[in-house]
Design a binder for this molecule. Structure first.
Ligand SMILES: NC(=O)c1ccc[n+]([C@@H]2O[C@H](COP(=O)([O-])OP(=O)(O)OC[C@H]3O[C@@H](n4cnc5c(N)ncnc54)[C@H](O)[C@@H]3O)[C@@H](O)[C@H]2O)c1
Length: 322
């Protein structure tokens, strides 16, 4: 594949989007990166200064028309979303509008401006507690159990439908519990790793770190660089992907208790966690089978959980030293 002249990245001020932009720009310095973000959860300081940045929402069709007409991106990486399960349970309408209509608006602009491939960020939440682990895409039909999971699944279906109806090539990547530098743990919706590290390094910003249930629940934690790599591979794939769906994870699971022990060991600090009951509807184990992405996309996650945790802790440490 030739290196694209221009790509569009939505959600470029967010955790995964900003990591993607950084790596992509280093790898393909000749490509123009156009970014859109409305800072609903993203941060101004995460926008790489050298990209062409538009502050605004992907719901704004006028803005999309202007951006697509001016820059003619050949690839769209759609990271923008309001991405918290519990927030979506509290705000079903707002998140449905943002996450579904936003995706439709981008697909429409992509169709009108002959985008070559649309790479969509989906989520393991679409499985809704997969019947079988390690979870394979083919044996576990989606069963969304929250507005967020439903919205992500709707996005996948819209991608597939757009490939069939309009011939835009699309692909959906179902990420499992992503973590790494750039993920702040200072919101009520923070994940275990970022919430706990924030509590260790910035106790003023997360005063109430907690653990739910017996801590034996486990997750397939995936370091962000692996997810970034998967997006690049999805772009480079030589054949049409036609809305196909791929699990993107490390392919191993780690319990919340093990994660706590490792964090305490690696930081040399003790976590004082409030004990909370298991969240209603929370799944016990999440573990991906990543063989489809390995075989079809050549996905080979390089950074394992411990190494990823080491790098993430280094990032927190560095911020706290400033
Ligand atoms: N972090 C994870 O573990 C995880 C797991 C599965 C899927 N995902 C998906 O990956 C993507 C990125 O997630 P993240 O963790 O980086 O979240 P994030 O909240 O850090 O980033 C999302 C970004 O999208 C922006 N945004 C939201 N709505 C927008 C709109 N209407 N217009 C423009 N910008 C908008 C936000 O301001 C933010 O910068 C999301 O689509 C999410 O659903 C994330």
């Amino acid at each position: 594949m030739t290196v694209p002249k221009t790509i569009l990245v939505t959600g470029c001020a967010g955790f995964i989007g900003s990591n993607f932009v950084k790596t992509f720009s280093e790898r393909f310095p000749e490509t123009d990166v156009i970014g859109i973000d409305n800072f609903s959860t993203g941060r101004r300081d995460a926008v790489l200064p050298k990209i062409v940045f538009y502050e605004g929402s992907v719901l704004d069709s006028g803005l999309l028309e202007k951006v697509f007409a001016k820059h003619q991106p050949k690839y769209v990486f759609h990271f923008a979303a309001i991405p918290r399960v519990s927030y979506s349970v509290e705000h079903p309408r707002e998140t449905t509008e943002n996450n579904i209509i936003g995706t439709v608006a981008l697909l429409e602009a992509s169709k009108n401006h002959s985008v070559k491939r649309f790479v969509y960020s989906s989520s393991s939440s679409v499985y809704g507690g997969a019947a079988k682990t390690p979870t394979k895409e083919s044996d576990n039909p989606p069963n969304p159990k929250s507005p967020y999971a439903f919205q992500k699944y709707a996005g996948e279906q819209l991608c597939q439908m757009s490939s069939e109806l309009y011939g835009i090539d699309t692909v959906s990547l179902r990420y499992f519990n992503v973590f790494g530098p750039g993920q702040y743990g200072d919101s009520a919706y923070a994940s275990v790793i970022s919430g706990w590290l924030e509590a260790i390094y910035f106790p003023d910003k997360n005063k109430n770190p907690f653990i739910e249930g017996d801590g034996e629940q486990s997750r397939d934690f995936c370091y962000v660089d692996n997810v970034v790599e998967a997006n690049i591979l999805a772009m480079r794939h030589p054949n049409p992907l036609k809305g196909d769906v791929f699990n993107i994870a490390y392919g191993e699971r780690t319990s919340v208790n093990q994660t706590r022990r490792l964090i305490e060991e690696m930081t040399g600090r003790k976590l004082n966690l409030e004990q909370r009951p298991t969240r209603a509807g929370d799944i016990k184990h999440s573990h991906a089978d990543i063989s489809k992405a390995r075989e079809m996309l050549g996905y080979d996650p390089k950074v394992n959980f411990k190494e990823g945790l080491k790098r993430t802790i280094a990032w927190y440490q560095q911020r706290s030293d400033k």
